[in-house]
Design a protein. Structure first.
Length: 298
C-alpha cells in the first residue's frame, strides 16, 4: 500500500447500544484494495467526533489499515450536558464504547461496500488522542486509582495487540484543584499497561489541568512497561501540529512538518506492530527526526 491508495469512508454506521441512552455511531475508513487488512480503533479527544482527525485516519487507511472511529457522548455533536445523569460516567462509557466497537466488528465491516472478507479480525491496534488516549490506555492495561490510591478494575482487552497514545494525560498527583474536583478519573496507574505502545507528546504542551510542565504527557512512557517508544515533537502543543483536522481553529501550533512526522511515525509503528511490515518502525526509529522531533526507545 502507498499514500496513493484510494480509500473509502462510510458514516454513520449505527451500532445498537442498549442502556447507553443513544446508539453508538461509527465511521469506518478503509483502503479500496488489499486483503487481510489490520484494524485500528481510534478514540477522539474531548468534544470531537468520528468526523475529526482526517490527517491521521486517511493516512493510515491509505497505508492498508481499516480505521474505526466511534463518537463518544462528550462529543459536541451530541449536546450531552453536565446535567445529564450519564455525564459523570462518560469516562467509563467511553471505554465501554470502544469494547462495543470491537464486539461489532463484523457489523461494521459489512457496512462498507467491498470490504467484507478483507479484514483481519485478529490484528487490532488502538489509538487515542488526549482524553481518547486515557480511554485507550484502559484497554491497554492502565487502571484508575481511587481516593485511597488503590487501582480500580482492569478493563484490559486482549484483542488489542498494540497502542498509540497521543498527548495522553499523566499521573494525578499534580492535578490542578479544578481537575482534581471534576476529573477524578485522571489518576492513572500505568504499572499494568503491558501492551506494546508508542507515546507521542509535544515538548510545549502545557496543560491547564496539571501543575506540571509538558513532561506530564510522557508519564505513560516513563511509568508503564508496555510503552517502549516515545516520539517528542519539538514545539508541539496539544494538537501536535494539527492532527485533529486541516486548519481547525483550536490548533495553536499548526505545523505541516509536525503532522507529517506523526503520520509517518504512527503509520510505521502500526504496520510493524500489526505484522504488516516488520522493517517499517525500525527504519523510522533509526532516522534523525530533527528538527521536528526525536524518538526515544527502551
Amino acid at each position: 500500500m502507498t499514500s496513493a491508495t484510494p480509500i473509502v469512508s462510510v458514516r454513520p454506521v449505527v451500532v445498537p447500544a442498549a442502556g447507553r441512552g443513544a446508539d453508538l455511531r461509527v465511521r469506518v475508513t478503509a483502503p479500496t484494495t488489499g486483503t487481510d487488512l489490520p484494524v485500528v480503533l481510534f478514540a477522539h479527544g474531548f468534544g470531537k467526533s468520528m468526523d475529526d482527525y482526517a490527517p491521521l485516519v486517511e493516512h493510515w487507511a491509505a497505508a492498508g489499515l481499516v480505521v474505526l472511529q466511534p463518537t463518544f457522548l462528550d462529543s459536541r455533536t451530541l449536546h450531552v450536558t453536565p446535567e445529564d445523569p450519564r455525564y459523570a460516567d462518560i469516562w467509563r462509557i467511553r471505554v465501554a464504547d470502544l469494547t462495543r466497537v470491537l464486539d461489532s466488528l463484523a457489523l461494521l465491516e459489512a457496512a462498507v461496500p467491498g470490504l467484507p472478507g478483507r479484514v483481519d479480525h485478529d490484528r487490532i491496534a488502538a489509538v487515542g488522542h488526549s482524553w481518547g488516549g486515557q480511554s485507550v490506555g484502559m484497554l491497554l492495561g492502565a487502571r484508575v486509582l481511587d481516593a485511597a490510591g488503590v487501582p480500580g478494575e482492569s478493563l484490559t482487552d486482549p484483542r488489542i495487540r498494540a497502542g498509540v497514545l497521543l498527548a495522553t494525560t499523566g499521573t494525578g498527583e499534580e492535578l490542578t484543584p479544578f481537575a482534581a474536583e471534576h476529573f477524578a478519573f485522571m489518576r492513572p496507574d500505568f504499572s499494568s499497561l503491558t501492551t506494546p505502545s508508542l507515546v507521542v507528546a509535544g515538548d510545549a504542551d502545557q496543560s491547564a489541568l496539571s501543575t506540571r510542565g509538558p513532561d506530564w504527557f510522557t508519564d505513560v512512557f516513563r511509568l508503564s512497561p508496555g510503552a517502549t517508544d516515545l516520539l517528542t515533537l519539538a514545539g508541539g502543543e496539544h494538537s501536535l501540529g494539527g492532527i485533529s483536522g486541516h486548519g481547525v481553529t483550536e490548533t495553536t501550533d499548526e505545523s505541516p512538518e509536525r503532522v507529517a512526522l506523526v503520520q509517518r511515525a504512527t503509520t510505521a509503528y502500526l504496520r510493524t506492530a500489526l505484522g504488516v511490515d516488520p522493517a517499517a518502525w525500525p527504519a523510522v526509529r533509526a532516522e534523525d527526526a530533527a528538527p521536528a522531533g526525536h524518538i526515544e526507545s527502551r
